[in-house]
Design a protein around this ligand. Structure first.
Ligand code: HEM
Ligand SMILES: [Ca+2]
Length: 294
């Protein structure tokens, strides 16, 4: 089973090494904190938190990196590689890639002003990955509220936890291809906001042009994401679904008024997400290189 002190004798400097590396990556580029948080989500929702998301494709192996939600989108692999090589030189073969992602996600949120939470450790790394699960189990930006609730319920989360976790979109960016339909065709969007986004996200072309998920404070982990939803300034269709006359409206309103309750619920939901079906004991392995099976 997992424990917070898993490396305290086998690699006592592991956790502080991860934190320093995350702090310097985020100092260099704030968005990297968002990217590392998302990496953990996309790992845990596919086969559990087992670093399956980090495996590169080879001629004989197809991993998750080309899945629709991941391709040309997931970032942070180089930061994880850097951390892994630092930790390998301290304690070879001891610290898993999946634990590194989990700690890096927590340290990223803290670095951007968000809440902290205890990260349970001792996950091991998979020898497999699942392209098909990545395509089916990660919710897409065109999802309606019912689909979002179902996608999270399939992993054991309540609708309340889904809303709290969606508050991750208080940091980071999205590509035009993921919000184009919303800014040109939807009615439940603030028209000034839509027009301002259209300048950098044309009707055709510019698919990879970026816009912040939180138009107010994209580099700070606060509750502005929920405040934006109240004024119909959610960037993704799926974001605005959380405040669109449905069952989650009241929770969005609460979080928009109560930063502490958002941070508390977010931290608790992250602990739960981090614990999704880890490999323990003699299952899996401690990868030497996070990109490939030993
Ligand atoms: C509720 C369902 C969710 C949907 C439909 C969704 C969808 C998306 C999409 C489409 C993007 C932009 C990707 C791109 O354009 O390349 C994105 C970015 C992001 N997502 Fe989510 N997401 C969801 C939940 C979550 C959760 C639960 C987390 C973390 C716990 C998360 C963390 C992030 C972060 C931090 C970014 C910005 C990443 C960056 O700037 O590199 N998302 N999400
Ligand atoms: Ca995984």
């Amino acid at each position: 089973q997992l424990s917070t002190n898993f490396y305290s004798t086998s690699c006592p400097r592991a956790i502080s090494t991860i934190k320093s590396a995350v702090n310097s990556a985020v100092a260099k580029e704030a968005r990297m904190g968002a990217s590392l948080l998302r990496l953990h989500f996309h790992d845990c929702f596919v086969q559990g938190c087992d670093a399956s998301v980090l495996l590169d494709d080879t001629s004989g192996f197809t991993g998750e990196k080309t899945a629709f939600p991941n391709a040309n989108s997931l970032r942070g692999f180089d930061v994880i590689d850097t951390i892994k090589s630092q930790v390998e030189s301290l304690c070879p073969g001891v610290v898993s890639c999946s634990d590194i992602i989990a700690v890096a996600a927590r340290d990223s949120v803290v670095a951007l002003g968000g809440p902290s939470w205890p990260v349970q450790l001792g996950r091991r790394d998979s020898t497999t990955a699942s392209l098909s699960s990545a395509n089916s189990d990660l919710p897409g930006p065109g999802s309606d509220l019912s689909a979002l609730i179902t996608a999270f319920s399939n992993k054991g989360f309540t609708a309340n936890e889904m809303v709290a976790l969606s508050g991750s979109h208080t940091i980071g960016q999205a590509r035009c291809t993921n919000f184009r339909t919303r800014i040109y065709n939807e009615a439940n969007i603030n028209s000034t906001y839509a027009t301002s986004l259209q300048a950098n996200c044309p009707n055709s072309g510019g698919d990879d042009n970026l816009a912040p998920l939180d138009t107010t404070t994209p580099k700070f982990f606060d509750n502005a994401y929920f405040k934006n939803l109240l004024s119909q300034k959610g960037l993704l269709h799926s974001d605005q679904q959380l405040f669109n006359g449905g069952s989650t409206d009241s929770q969005v309103t609460t979080y928009s008024n109560n930063l502490v309750s958002f941070k508390t619920d977010f931290a608790n939901a992250m602990v739960k997400m981090s614990n999704l079906s880890p490999l323990t004991g003699t299952s899996g392995q401690i990868r030497t290189n996070c990109r490939k099976v030993n």
